[in-house]
Design a protein around this ligand. Structure first.
Ligand SMILES: *[C@@H]1O[C@H](CO)[C@@H](O)[C@H](O)[C@H]1NC(C)=O
Ligand SMILES: *[C@@H]1O[C@H](CO)[C@@H](O)[C@H](O)[C@H]1NC(C)=O
Length: 399
């Protein structure tokens, strides 16, 4: 993927010679102008300090998992709840530990003693045709009714996230996974959890444990990066970058922008450009600890361009075009409408990393494709001037 060390060194030197005529101004160490504030009237605005009822994204996140079955979809005896728990939980917990650089510990306690029988049939919830928030709550409260047995079995206190997992037998009925936005109370009014994730069978069969990471992202108020608009491919807007977009994409690690918002990256990991001029920055790969993970160019109070380095390491081991990924952030755009949009530096290619991988080679690099990108209409130009091992030196021109 990268050239030999000798050649990389040569490129690095060649580039620093070429950069001499232009004296880059140092960027300011103050990142506050780049912390675009969330718009609280926008659902899951991608800005900072959203005033939502989000679960904590650092420290220990306590979750509780229960399993349900139905009169018309009985759990088979050869697929006990422990199978599903082992399929979903350990890898998802590990994924968050890695993605957050140890800042978040997801602690899922699962009641694997039995499938609790729902009071209504699986067919009656008509998930495949979509359900309203009120109907979603009926499902959640039915599960709590089945589980608590009228208060005899209270769920653990301090549960932030409740996971409801149906038997695989209910696959033809429970076709989607959803995160419920409101708090979950039993019908008797006992508070149970801040957020609830109700799994469908197909999502976890298709995406595996990362379905849990995606839905739990919503409990932290992360938006969906795939489009809600009919007719747009799932990979539109961000391609296979971020599990909040295409869960099965080659680069599922969360964007540096989100990691910064969630408290998984510190201000020291971010360089902020908020003034016109030229500056140089060295990005280290998002997937490894330490260094500068994002250069944010804030063009006004609601929009920014972000540059980050993404390589085939860690959670992104399948990345097929390592390089500097550019995307826009707009805090006035709601979930599903493209609050983050990857900028395609190689629009004429077919992409990489499977079907519809158009945006998976959107990166800038000296190894393949382009090393310069002008953001149309934004006055922002980003050039990769050298790269050495996993590090990318970029020059940002903002006019
Ligand atoms: C996870 O939570 C359970 C229940 O609150 C607690 O007993 C356990 O010690 C926690 N595990 C870790 C690793 O913190
Ligand atoms: C901020 O900049 C973006 C990109 O140029 C533009 O689309 C948007 O309208 C601007 N917003 C404001 C409030 O100026």
């Amino acid at each position: 993927m990268f050239r030999t060390a000798v050649l990389s060194l040569f490129l690095w030197q060649a580039a620093s010679v070429a950069s001499k005529p232009c004296k880059p101004k140092p960027h300011s160490g103050d990142v506050s102008k780049c912390k675009l504030a969330a718009h609280n009237d926008v659902h899951f605005s991608a800005g900072f300090n959203l005033a939502g009822d989000c679960v904590p994204s650092t420290g220990e996140l306590k979750a509780f998992m229960i399993f349900v079955d139905f009169s018309d979809a009985e759990a088979p005896s050869n697929d006990p709840p422990k199978n599903l728990r082992d399929f979903l939980v350990p890898d998802a917990q590990d994924w968050y530990t890695k993605a957050s650089n140890g800042a978040l510990t997801l602690n899922v306690t699962a009641d694997v003693s039995q499938y609790y029988r729902m009071p209504a049939s699986a067919a009656s919830y008509h998930w495949s045709t979509g359900l309203s928030s009120a109907e979603h709550l009926v499902y959640i409260q039915d599960a709590l009714q089945a589980y608590t047995a009228n208060g005899a079995r209270p769920p653990p206190p301090e549960t932030e996230v409740l996971y409801l997992v149906p038997t695989r037998s209910a696959g033809s009925y429970m076709t989607r996974s959803m995160a419920y936005d409101g708090r979950a109370n039993t019908r008797e009014g006992t508070y149970v959890a801040r957020k609830t994730v109700t799994f469908g069978v197909d999502p976890f069969e298709t995406w595996g444990f990362k379905a849990l990471n995606h839905e739990t992202g919503h409990t932290m108020c992360l938006p969906d990066y795939y489009p809600y608009a009919a007719g747009l491919d799932t990979r539109y807007y961000v391609g296979g970058w971020s599990a909040m977009g295409d869960i099965s994409g080659p680069g599922p690690d969360f964007f540096a922008w989100d990691k910064w918002r969630l408290g998984w990256l510190s201000d020291d990991n971010v360089e902020c450009v908020a003034k016109h001029g030229t500056s140089e920055h060295v990005l280290t790969p998002l997937e490894v600890k330490g260094g500068t993970k994002a250069v944010v160019i804030a063009v006004n109070g609601t929009s920014a361009v972000v540059a980050e380095a993404r390589v085939a390491k860690g959670l992104d081991s399948s990345v097929c075009a390592p390089g500097v990924l550019l995307y826009t952030v707009d805090t006035t755009v709601a979930t599903g409408d493209g609050p983050l949009r990857v900028l395609d530096a190689n629009p004429s290619t077919n992409g990489c990393g499977g079907d519809n991988g158009e945006l998976n080679d959107a990166t800038l690099s000296l190894d393949q494709g382009k090393s310069l990108y002008d953001v149309p209409g934004w006055g922002v130009r980003v050039r990769v001037v050298s790269q050495d091992g996993g590090k990318f030196k970029i020059r940002v021109h903002y006019s």
